[in-house]
Design a protein around this ligand. Structure first.
Ligand code: SF4
Length: 293
């Protein structure tokens, strides 16, 4: 598998506002629609969650809940039906996409929802090859190739030309995608008490989650164990090192790419130096011939 990522980052940001296809539900695998509108959410494993907690980066994470498919258990919270096991909501933990000034595919820099860890200037990942580099990112787009599903690379090629998926044979050492019951506790998590989520689900659907809301889910994911979901409700303990605001990540934003902080602010990728790098975010190397990031 060989990809050309220079000047792209199509899998790390929400580029729907740049195209007429902006309502497409790309990457929303399966039959369930999420309650949120985050594009290409990176689902984190339990080990990823622990790595982010250990690194003090809890605030970069957010939950995803789903509308139930026809045969799913479901529970209604804040007027929203959510997919559940019994009456306990199931969820992913993913990475947040705050607005950043980026210019992918050669377009003029503009505010787009962008992964908390993408360097807007180089369009490279700040955690590439670090302890916190998510498994899902390391495997992308290998699982799509195995499943014969369109990759983000090919979508970018269709919309903006060029060759992004240079050689489309998936790596032989690719881990199998975690689907189905075996993913429970390691990638799909179960929230123990739906009563805890009164108000939270409404804020999630309105793209208005608080730090405390996100922390609830991160704590449950971190305390989860792989295997069948328990048959009774168990109170999840919050890990002692869990969720507190970190130096990276900021509040979610409307999908247009602007919010109260960015409205009227010219999109300039060099702003990242004063916001992210100044707060300790690792710098990225930039592109050299043969670079594969
Ligand atoms: S963690 Fe890195 S590779 Fe993964 S989506 Fe974020 S910026 Fe992209």
């Amino acid at each position: 598998m060989e990809v050309d990522c220079e000047g792209c980052a199509g899998c790390c940001l929400d580029w729907r506002p740049l195209t007429a296809d902006r309502d497409a539900g790309h990457e929303r695998r399966g039959e369930r629609d999420p309650l949120d509108d985050v594009y290409n959410l990176v689902p984190l494993t339990r080990d990823d969650v622990h790595a982010f907690l250990d690194a003090g980066l809890a605030d970069a994470m957010r939950p995803r809940l789903w509308k139930p498919a026809a045969r799913d258990d479901a529970v209604t919270i804040d007027g929203h039906e959510v997919a559940a096991i019994g009456d306990r909501p199931v969820f992913f933990v993913g990475l947040r996409k705050p607005p950043k000034p980026v210019g992918p595919f050669g377009v003029e820099e503009t505010w787009l929802p962008t992964c908390a860890f993408l360097d807007p200037e180089t369009l490279q990942c700040r955690v590439h090859e670090s302890e916190t580099y998510p498994d899902e990112c390391a495997d992308y787009p290998g699982h799509n190739l195995v499943l014969d599903a369109e990759t983000e690379c090919e979508r970018v090629e269709d919309a903006f030309g060029g060759e992004r998926l240079v050689e489309g044979t998936p790596p032989e050492d690719l881990d199998a995608p975690a689907f189905g019951p075996q993913a429970v506790g390691s990638k799909v998590f179960v929230y123990p008490d739906p009563a805890d989520l009164d108000g939270v689900v409404g804020r999630l659907a309105a793209d208005d989650l608080t730090t405390e809301d996100r922390a609830r889910f991160v704590a449950v994911a971190a305390a989860s164990a792989p295997g069948p979901a328990p048959s009774n409700r168990t109170a999840a303990k919050r890990p002692t090192n869990a969720p507190s605001p970190s130096r990276r990540g900021s509040a979610p934003r409307p999908r247009s790419g602007t919010d109260s902080r960015t409205r009227g602010v010219d999109a300039d990728a060099s702003l990242a130096d004063g916001v992210e790098v100044a707060r300790g975010a690792p710098e990225t190397p930039g592109w050299t011939v043969g670079s594969d990031q």
